[in-house]
Every structure is written in C-alpha cells, then in structure tokens.
Design a protein around this ligand. Structure first.
Ligand code: ZN
Length: 307
C-alpha cells in the first residue's frame, strides 16, 4: 500500500476570530481524520514557512515586504477582507510551505493532501478574497525551479473563479489552468484561465460532473502534466453561505474521485489543497474536506502510482 501523507501545521489557523472564513477548519479536519482512524498522527507531516525567495517566484517583492512588516495600506487590507495580524502572515507563509511540501510528497507517492492552502484569489502584487499568498503558484514555480516538473495543471473546483492563479500563469505554456465556478459570483473580474467553465446559478451534481469531465479529460491527456494541483473548494455545496451551486455531499465526493483518478490514470501526481468552504453547518465543511482525503486515498489504492 502506498503511503498517503497529509501536510499540516497547528499555525495554519488564520486567527480571524468571528469571520465567515472558518479558519479553525484546518485543525478540525485533522481531528476528524484522526477520530475516524482514517489517519494516524505519524501520517501528518509538518511544513516550514516558505522562504521569501519562493514567494517572490510569484509575488512582487513590495507585496511580500508589506505583508511581513505590517505596512499594507488601508485599501490593501480592505481588499484582503481579513484582519491583519502577525499570526495571519505566518499562516500564509506556512500554507505556501505546506503546499510545496505536499507537492514534493505527491511526486514521490502519487497523491498528497495539504490540510490547508488553495488561496487562489491572491495576485502577484495584492491579495483579495481572504487570500494573501498564492500557495498554488508558489509550489508550482518552486518545483519547476528545482526541475522536479516541467508542466503542471491546476484544476480549480472552488465555487469561485481562480482569478489570482489565472493571472499568475497567463501566457505561460507550462501551466494549464482550469477553473469551474459559478459565473454570477465573486470575483467580478475573471481573468481568463486556460479553460473556464462558467456555470449558471444552482447547477447540481449531474450537470457539474458532466461539464467538469468534458473540460478536463481531453486537456489533461493532451497537456501531459507531471503534477495536478487540485483546488478542492467545499463551497459548491448546496448549503454554502457564499456559494450558489447545488452540489450534494455525494456529488462533491464524485467530483473528487473524477479529478484525482483521471490525473493518476494520465500519470500525473496530485496535490490536494482546500480553498473555500462556508457551509451553514461548519461540520458539513469538515465532512466535505475529509471526504476529499478519503477519495484521494481510494483513488490512489485503485489506480496506483508508477514510482
Ligand atoms: Zn470559494
């Protein structure tokens, strides 16, 4: 049996207090997976904060410095939509280190799961929508720099368009970005991904899975990425407060299996990152993210990995 490693740090918590983004979800997911004996404590690997040099493979030096030194402008904090704190900064540096570590583990073991990350709304020179540092971009750029991979594909299934990621990799023939999202929702400005699937409000399981499969299977086969970054947002769920799609818990798990099994069949490793999730009942968000870990392990056991 292939090892299934999860990446987690207790300081992933963004320290947001009472906020629609439940930043305690990272800890709760770990606790759920342990309580259900899906994972043992030794399955979790602890990341270091990403070095500033890694962040600057994606982000402007000025943005990194203003984040570190607490010198963001009032407008920059407003656009971020989360309060500034040193704990928040550390959490974003750890998330980027965590996704990078999980990507390395995925290349070794086929699949790995960061119990965090997926901050797809962060642009090179600013943050927005609860995202300050784009861990997806940082991990891909770092692995390319190390020559561990040539091509990567981002499969962004969060309810919201992956605007920051699309902007980072615009015009880059080595990174294919796919975003499937509710069209009539944040962000208003959606810079084009390689493929964008704009969904109407209220789309349910069957239409979602059909359109995801159609947008994904052919491109991954042609593009032949070594790594797929699966942005496994929990917010397409029908009871999400910030989402307007109508997926069920079962539909979301079918989505997970579709993305991960297809990638493994095509010979691509998969790193899972979490992104959003704002269910009315927080326990549903924990269930959706925990189910993604289970789907990942199931896919790995079913399809296997070449290494
Ligand atoms: Zn979202």
């Amino acid at each position: 049996m292939l090892p299934f490693r999860l990446v987690y740090h207790e300081d992933y918590d963004l320290n947001l207090g009472h906020h629609v983004f439940p930043s305690e979800k990272f800890r709760l997911i770990r606790e759920r997976l342990l309580a259900e004996r899906f994972a043992a404590p030794e399955d979790f690997v602890k990341p270091e904060p990403a070095p500033d040099e890694d962040l600057m493979l994606v982000h402007d030096r000025g943005w990194v410095q203003r984040m570190k030194t607490g010198t963001l402008s009032y407008e920059e904090v407003l656009q971020l939509e989360i309060p500034y704190s040193p704990e928040m900064v550390r959490a974003f540096w750890l998330a980027a280190g965590g996704t990078t570590l999980a990507a390395h583990l995925a290349l070794e073991n086929g699949v790995s799961y960061n119990v965090g990350g997926g901050f797809h709304h962060a642009y090179p020179d600013h943050g927005e929508g609860f995202c300050a540092i784009n861990d997806i971009g940082v991990a891909i750029r770092r692995l390319q720099q190390e020559q561990k991979i040539v091509r990567a594909m981002v499969v962004d299934c969060d309810n919201h368009h992956g605007n920051g990621t699309a902007a980072i990799f615009a015009g880059d023939p080595t990174v294919f970005t796919l975003s499937i999202h509710q069209y009539n929702n944040y962000p208003a400005f959606k810079p084009p991904s390689s493929v964008d699937v704009h969904l109407a409000d209220g789309v349910g399981d069957d239409e979602y899975l059909e359109r995801l499969g159609a947008a994904y299977r052919f491109p991954i086969h042609g593009f032949r990425p070594e790594l797929v970054v699966y942005v496994a947002g929990a917010d397409p769920y029908r009871e999400d407060q910030l989402g307007g799609l109508d997926l069920t818990l079962e539909g979301l798990m079918r989505r997970d299996l579709l993305v991960i099994e297809t990638a493994l069949r095509e010979g691509a490793a998969v790193v899972v990152v979490l992104a959003g999730g704002y269910a009315i009942n927080l326990q549903d968000t924990i269930t959706i993210h925990s189910n993604t870990a289970k789907a990942a392990k199931q896919a790995l056991d079913t399809i296997g990995w070449k290494n």
